[in-house]
Design a protein around this ligand. Structure first.
Ligand SMILES: Cc1ncc(COP(=O)(O)O)c(C=O)c1O
Length: 424
């Protein structure tokens, strides 16, 4: 029998079928077998923290007994949420973002990932005046999940960041102000804290970027999945507020509820209306569970205290532990390494400057030993110049148990140690 011919696919589908970082990372999570040797330092799952899980379970039980349970299970919301939930979120977030929001500034989506797949396409691609506008990522590496969200190819631009040495085995990426060019740009997007590096852009840098975007009336998208007011993993930096010209996104995932899939967007009414159209077409409606849980958590004002008393101390302690485990193992096995200053979030971004193989190859060698990490090459969408960090960095999460971190550090260090170039 003649082999089946590949069916004709759209350019978008063809691009999506190529191996994407976010798909590979999420599929790795889905392929976990529970084998005791598996070490899961790859994906973005938050840690299971009993004090937080107890609060969420209580919410769940309250909802299960609520006379509105039938509505939760049996009715659609409006595409971006019913007005009463949007008004509640507007009032609640106003006090945390130093703003006067109304429901017209609020949209709920099925996760902030879902929101970005619309937002990035609202602000990039072919415009009504015939021009083609791109998404500027002011500092790469930047969140792996943005990379394939634009329907148009080549929609991202980025320049090489400044690399600032900050101490022994430490560095930080800084904003490259010299090559900051908005002439082809439709929006600027950044995560704060940044996934993957843990960078937390200073408000001074944010203001500098905004002084440029405002001149051209360009939206500034700030992704606060790990930011303020919850889970508020922003280290010593100041919180972000809402202002006209900004689109802020919040997520319930990193407080410990990734399975609930709730993302909240705060923006101007026009963008919110456009999101409503997208949401109706793409989802019909936001899911009910997240917004019902939000109602309880916001009314009781639980999240700021949960962040301050439980989440931040937990992740601070984990970070210190992970750094000490990885550094001592690297030093014991003679691995040359540099770690990005872990200012926020819950990842470590590690550079192996003498690596003789690519980071992608390193990922596969680790996976062969059941250690899951993420190769850093995925995190540079739009960067078209040579930059060694695209080939010699990895991301790993420190949300796991001490024993698992220690086994992971050992396997990683052994592999890197056997694939290092001779020191100059
Ligand atoms: C920076 C950042 N933004 C957005 C998301 C998407 O999160 P969710 O769709 O679960 O809200 C993630 C998830 O890892 C993330 O790391």
């Amino acid at each position: 029998m003649a082999p089946m011919k590949d069916s004709l696919a759209s350019l978008w589908a063809t691009r999506l079928r190529q191996n994407q970082g976010i798909r590979s990372l999420m599929e790795d999570l889905g392929q976990v077998t529970g084998h005791p040797d598996e070490i899961l330092l790859g994906g973005g799952n938050p840690a299971h923290i009993p004090e937080a899980e107890e609060i969420f379970a209580e919410c769940f039980l309250t909802l299960a007994k609520d006379p509105l349970l039938n509505a939760l299970l049996g009715d659609y919301q409006a595409p971006i949420g019913n007005d009463r939930f949007r008004s509640l979120a507007a009032e609640y977030l106003s006090s945390h973002l130093d703003a006067s929001l109304t429901k017209d500034n609020i949209a709920f989506l099925n996760g902030s990932q879902n929101a970005y797949s619309y937002l990035l396409n609202i602000h990039s691609g072919k415009m009504t005046d015939g021009s083609f506008k791109k998404i500027l990522l002011p500092i790469v590496p930047e969140y792996i999940g943005y990379a394939d969200q634009s329907i148009e190819a080549d929609a991202f631009i980025a320049t090489k960041p400044e690399v600032i040495p900050t101490g022994n085995h430490r560095f930080r990426y800084g904003l490259n102000k010299n090559d900051f060019d908005l002439s082809e740009v439709g929006c600027v997007a950044l995560s704060r804290p940044t996934n993957p590096t843990g960078n937390v852009l200073s408000l001074t840098d944010l203001d500098w970027i905004e002084s440029k975007t405002k001149k051209r009336s360009l939206p500034l998208l700030i992704d606060l999945a790990y930011g303020n007011p919850f889970p508020n993993l922003i280290g010593e930096e100041e919180p972000v507020t809402y202002r006209d010209g900004r689109t802020l996104s919040f997520s319930f995932s990193k407080i410990g509820l990734p399975g609930v899939r709730l993302g909240i967007i705060v923006s101007n009414p026009e963008t919110i209306q456009t999101l409503s159209s997208y949401a109706a077409v793409g989802n019909l409606a936001v899911g009910n569970l997240g917004v019902y849980m939000m109602e309880i958590l916001f009314r009781k004002d639980i999240l700021p205290l949960l962040s301050k008393n439980v989440l931040r101390p937990f992740y601070d302690k984990k970070r210190e532990l992970a750094i000490s485990i990885f550094e001592s193992t690297f030093q014991k096995l003679g691995v040359e390494y540099e770690i990005h200053d872990p200012m926020g979030g819950f990842f470590l971004w590690i550079r192996f400057p003498n690596l003789s193989i690519s980071n992608h190859k390193l990922y596969h060698l680790c996976k062969d030993k059941r250690l899951f990490i993420v190769s850093g090459h995925y995190f540079f969408p739009g960067l078209n110049s040579d930059f060694s960090h695209t080939q010699d960095c990895i991301r790993l999460t420190y949300c796991r148990k001490e024993e698992e971190l220690a086994r992971g550090a050992h396997i990683l260090a052994e592999i890197v140690a056997t694939h290092q170039m001779k020191s100059k």
